[in-house]
Design a protein around this ligand. Structure first.
Ligand SMILES: *[C@@H]1O[C@H](CO)[C@@H](O)[C@H](O)[C@H]1NC(C)=O
Ligand SMILES: *[C@@H]1O[C@H](CO)[C@@H](O)[C@H](O)[C@H]1NC(C)=O
Ligand SMILES: *[C@@H]1O[C@H](CO)[C@@H](O)[C@H](O)[C@H]1NC(C)=O
Ligand SMILES: *[C@@H]1O[C@H](CO)[C@@H](O)[C@H](O)[C@H]1NC(C)=O
Ligand SMILES: *[C@@H]1O[C@H](CO)[C@@H](O)[C@H](O)[C@H]1NC(C)=O
Ligand SMILES: [Cu+2]
Length: 215
């Protein structure tokens, strides 16, 4: 992978090693995919979604109800929602939106894009698939369910991320530092408690990551 992982420790000077796992949302030619779409993330690490093109979102569902917010099906669970992140055509990779969540445990987190019929078209993924726990709950089966879903349902609002959206202008490397100190902000997932939104920002982490990976 071109953008695989960078260590948050390296980015913000933390003493302990916490890894940021990068997921590209769409591609520069606006393909309806997440890349990679099946990642194993230890508890305590972060996943950063970098929005490459188009106007996409990241929404949490449960396995059984793809393309529908988890809040609609699981009691007392808000789920994570990035909000829609439009990217101007030709945007520099240094100024695309990046949205980061902390992973609290290794329970599977099922995600999709709620735009138009992107979920049905293949824009879905999983963090911590666990087919040992239940062989049916594979990403392949989730995608089968997504393709057959009657509707693609958006969360009612971006309220699940309120309080954790940081400035979208003028922020670059400093955003990561400030977001680490704001990790006491909104807990995006209650009940399931699997994700904590750290920040939504425009940032130049792509260049940053490339610089680190070349060390
Ligand atoms: C879009 O880019 C991806 C790689 O990022 C490539 O696999 C795919 O073929 C491209 N699609 C078109 C229509 O150019
Ligand atoms: C992005 O998509 C959302 C949901 O469809 C829509 O409300 C919003 O206006 C779009 N933003 C842009 C800039 O097109
Ligand atoms: C959901 O939260 C309400 C209020 O805190 C509580 O009474 C109820 O038992 C909870 N339901 C579940 C399934 O945890
Ligand atoms: C997967 O599920 C099995 C069985 O429930 C469990 O023992 C294991 O810890 C799980 N793996 C992860 C990474 O959570
Ligand atoms: C495994 O997952 C499927 C799909 O969610 C579910 O219907 C089934 O009850 C689960 N099996 C067990 C043993 O929990
Ligand atoms: Cu999309």
């Amino acid at each position: 992978m071109q953008f695989s992982t960078v260590t948050l420790a390296a980015l913000v000077g933390l003493a302990s090693a916490q890894t940021v796992h990068v997921v590209s949302v769409s591609t520069s030619n606006n393909s309806l995919i997440f890349t990679p779409d099946n990642i194993a993330v230890p508890a305590g690490d972060f996943v950063q979604f970098q929005f490459r093109a188009g106007n996409h979102s990241v929404v949490q569902s449960n396995f059984d109800n793809p393309c529908t917010p988890i809040a609609n099906n699981v009691a007392n669970t808000t789920g994570v929602f990035s909000g829609y992140q439009p990217v101007a055509a030709g945007a520099s990779t240094n100024s695309i939106p990046a949205w980061t969540i902390a992973i609290a445990n290794t329970n599977p987190i099922w995600l999709y894009c709620s735009q138009a019929k992107h979920c049905q078209a293949g824009m879905s993924m999983v963090i911590n698939e666990n087919t040992t726990a239940n062989a049916t709950r594979s990403l392949a089966n989730y995608k089968v369910g997504a393709a057959a879903a009657a509707a693609n349902v958006a969360p009612g609002s971006a309220a699940s991320t309120s309080g954790s959206t940081s400035s979208t202008s003028g922020s670059s490397s400093s955003t990561t530092s400030s977001s680490s100190s704001s990790s006491s902000t909104t807990t995006a997932t209650t009940g399931g408690a699997s994700g904590l939104v750290i920040s939504t920002s425009l940032m130049g982490l792509v260049g940053f990551a490339a610089a680190l990976l070349s060390l």
